[in-house]
Write a protein that binds this ligand. Structure first.
Ligand code: GDP
Length: 472
């Protein structure tokens, strides 16, 4: 349909042109580059392919191992609502023990750094929850090194706890459980650990590998030990970065301050950012005029794993945008304006996701080895039955992974996870809720809903064999 509009021909003509090539397509289907060229040619047009990835997602440069130095871990706090995420972040923020300056973080800038008594540092992303985490990931940003998942010991392993676990696992980020509210007489940490074990999440006390600690975000009990476990996990991960180069990293937050202009919080991931550097961030650029830490102190340099708020960009980039220091101001401006133009045209999408219709073709091409599925159902029984059946469809060529399953409607957070993990969403007797459908359309996520188990299994089977009839 988009191509037809661009060429100003009826969409039915484009569809029949595709049919004459032996392709059954629908209006909403996306065409590959080759088909596009042939079809356009048919109508006397030539296709000019431009890429939206103008220097997108900072290329990972091979680093010389000698240049790498240890860096602080970057942590996200997730968990079910009211289990104490905000309280934990607040406690850590208040008790921060930078020499002679306990507390004092007054500003919310989206991320903050703490220093422990031993001098080690940890950076926290200050927007709790897996939605923020996965929204960033959907934009291609990998920021978090470790996820703390908070579970209230007077409650239970709840749906959002499970979601948080799936989101962290899908990102390959190690989990540490903080069993919170241990100060309450009704707290029962053992029950929580037992529930986790039943989900195959074995914590250390239970002979497993996942770290966990009983804490109280209210009294502070156990928080220090929890942070030590974060450091331990970080040590295992051998987090490193080269501080001696131009800085690259990710935008965490940005807004317009009436008096001061655009302020962006960024997390330096490698290199060192300095005042006066020329920065390209998403569709914006500018020279850094000032940098502040989370205490509002002015700083001149920010090394790896340091969150800073910067002044000087010509606009507000989006959370999850990458930033990098450029040596050539003109080039930075050019790239920023090219990105803006591409965005405006909206004709080029940066990301494309798998759909059931496409699976067969992609398998045949041999570039598709894993099918990620998010499965939501009305009752536990059907979710489990479908999980089993789907997993059994795995073949030598293709592995079916259920990256998240749960009872309840399909949510925006499911769609974001699908977008970040290139998954399709299958709903059984449930529908998309709230904004989920709109977000799915925007992110081009395939959502299929069924009310007969047999139909769901058959569709998936057909899709994997490349036999699925297109959804009209
Ligand atoms: P969030 O929704 O996960 O961010 O949860 P909050 O941090 O807002 O906490 C929800 C409620 O639980 C608040 O009323 C907190 O005061 C309370 N709370 C959080 N942590 C603790 C704790 O360790 N002990 C007790 N007794 N209450 C807590």
């Amino acid at each position: 349909s988009e191509v037809a509009t661009m060429m100003d021909v009826p969409v039915t003509k484009v569809i029949s042109a595709c049919m004459s090539l032996g392709m059954m397509v629908t209006m909403n289907q996306r065409l590959d580059a080759e088909t596009l060229s042939i079809v356009a040619d048919e109508f006397g047009y030539e296709v000019d392919f431009v890429t939206a990835d103008v220097e997108e997602n900072t290329v990972v440069v091979e680093e010389n191992p000698e240049d790498l130095k240890p860096r602080a871990p970057i942590v996200t706090v997730m968990g079910h609502v009211d289990h104490g995420k905000t309280s934990l972040l607040d406690y850590v923020r208040k008790e921060n023990v930078i020499a002679g300056e306990s507390g004092g973080i007054t500003q919310h800038i989206g991320a903050y750094g703490v220093q422990l008594e031993g001098g080690q540092k940890i950076a926290f992303l200050d927007t709790p929850g897996h939605e923020a985490f996965t929204a960033m990931r959907a934009r291609g940003a990998k920021v978090t090194d470790i996820a703390i998942i908070v579970i209230a010991a007077d409650d239970d392993v709840m749906p959002q706890t499970k979601e948080a676990v799936s989101h962290a696992q899908a990102a390959g980020v190690p989990i540490i459980f903080a069993i919170n509210k241990s100060d309450l007489p009704t707290a029962n940490p053992e029950k929580i650990k037992e529930k986790l074990a039943a989900m195959n999440l074995l914590v250390e006390d239970w002979g497993g590998k996942i770290q966990s600690h009983d804490i109280s975000a209210k009294t502070g009990m156990g928080v220090k030990e929890l942070l030590e476990k974060v450091l331990l996990e970080a040590e295992i991960l051998e987090l490193q970065a080269n501080p001696d180069k131009l800085a690259v990293g990710t935008v965490v937050e940005a807004y317009l301050d009436r008096g001061r202009g655009y302020i962006s919080t960024i997390l330096v991931q490698s290199g060192t950012l300095k005042i006066g550097d020329y920065v390209l961030a998403g569709r914006n650029s500018g020279k850094i005029k000032a940098m502040h830490d989370e205490r509002g102190h002015e700083i001149k340099e920010a090394g790896p794993s340091t969150p800073v708020s910067i002044l000087g960009l010509d606009g507000a980039p989006q959370a999850g945008d990458t930033f990098k220091v450029m040596t050539d101001e003109r080039e930075a401006k050019d790239i920023a304006s090219k990105r803006t133009q591409l965005q405006r045209e909206q004709s080029v999408r940066t990301q494309r996701h798998i759909t059931l219709d496409e699976i067969g073709r992609r398998i045949a091409l041999g570039d598709f080895k894993e099918l990620n599925i998010i499965l939501k159902g009305d009752v536990d029984g059907s979710v489990e039955a479908l999980t089993d059946s789907f997993q059994k469809l795995s073949t030598e060529e293709i592995q079916v992974n259920i990256i998240h399953k749960g009872v309840g409607a399909i949510t925006e957070s499911d769609v974001l996870l699908a977008s970040a993990s290139d998954a399709v969403i299958i709903g059984f007797n449930v529908r998309p809720a709230g904004n989920a459908r709109q977000v799915a359309d925007k992110e081009e996520i395939d959502i299929r809903t069924y009310s007969i188990i047999y139909d769901a299994i058959n569709d998936l089977k057909d899709a994997m064999e490349g036999m699925l009839s297109p959804e009209l």
